[in-house]
Design a protein. Sequence first.
Length: 367
Amino acid sequence: MSKVVFSNIVKQFPAVGGAPGGLAVNNLDLTIEEGQLVTLLGPSGCGKTTTLRMLAGFETPSAGSITIGGRDVTHLPVNARNVGMVFQSYALFPHMTVRQNVEYGVKLLNLPRREMDERVSEILETMALAQYADRAPSRLSGGQQQRVALARAVVTRPKVLLFDEPLSNLDAQLRERMRDELRAIQLRLGITSLYVTHDQSEAMAISDRVVVMRNGVIEQDDTPRNVYSRPGTAFVAEFMGKANILEGKVESVNDQGARVRIAEASFDLAPGPQPLRAGQAVRCVVRPEYLHLDPAGQLEAKVRRVVFQGGHVEYLAEIGGQECTITDARYIHSGIAEAGQSLRVAMDTRPVWILPENQANEMGKVA
């Protein structure tokens, strides 16, 4: 079993040489079920990398416990935890061939030579690296080097696989392709995995669950779809892709939800996570793709700036005095509006989400 459990984890860094210390992780509880890939996501300084390093054994918690498969590893050294690590920098040995790099970890297991050779050959085939076995890392592409680093991490058959922003050094196209490859390999091997990234699209594409962190605490732990379409806090709504947070007022409430007035129009919205009352001020998460240019649309948008993105056009606009972003993928047929122009906009209300009342005032406080 390779279930991972963080229980009441605290990490306090002490002040060193006049530099102030700080609370990096605060009372973190997190469970990663066997075979799952869970991604820690958040801005710099949110505690995600510190959490990963505590699981790896590079940092020791100030309080709390970490278990792998029911075994307490909180104070065990790195080499006693049976975890594999894929680093951002690949950390390949330049003087070794691909095969020698992959062999390096498994040599520490003191296996019979035949079994070691079989393991190495098998993982090189799995990673499509067999033909490069005798090459130096410097003669490989960035994607191939990343696969070597992954092969070296999994050849030891670890209970848990850790990824520390492994794709951040790759260009955009290669990063997307390698992202899909990493996920396919993780699923095939069935290894429990913890992945750290600051890239929202990467997190949503590969994860069973996304854990959004801020200031050392978990803001939301949910499926990628729910984190995007049902953000639990204003911070998550803003951090997970582009989000329009539009202010409105509840006109009426019924069993199906609430009728909310936004700017000059009223919309029937699904019930939120807390009770609503008529007259209540609310903030609604409206993703740019939920707004559509439509001559018969209920809302008027004043275009402030136009950003051409190739596959779509982004309009930075105002609706009822509130800033918002609108995407238009049909500009080839309808043309592109100009700054200063007014557009009619329709809103798809099905995925619109009313923020919890105690989170509605957090916008603008993203750390």
